[in-house]
Design a protein. Structure first.
Length: 87
């Protein structure tokens, strides 16, 4: 069971990271964008570490307070939840 959960978390974090990069690229070339709801949904589904990493790697959404505070808050809550579940 732990291997499946770990594989899921790795996959969703890679996807979240890549989607942040894709959205940043699309913003630069004035193309269709990924919605903010989708970015937050990916974080809520377990991809918060990838989202935060992508935000700062690609310098994307770092001027929006709800991303700067929201994504790390989701990550923090998911870490706490993981610790509680493991114990």
């Amino acid at each position: 069971m732990y291997k499946a959960v770990a594989a899921y978390l790795i996959l969703v974090n890679i996807i979240s990271f890549l989607v942040m990069g894709l959205d940043k690229h699309r913003a630069k070339v004035h193309k269709w964008r990924v919605s903010e709801k989708t970015l937050f949904l990916l974080a809520l589904l377990g991809g918060s570490a990838g989202s935060v990493s992508g935000m700062y790697t690609f310098h994307h959404k770092t001027r929006h307070w709800y991303f700067v505070w929201g994504m790390p808050a989701i990550l923090f809550l998911q870490i706490v939840l993981g610790i509680v579940i493991i114990r």
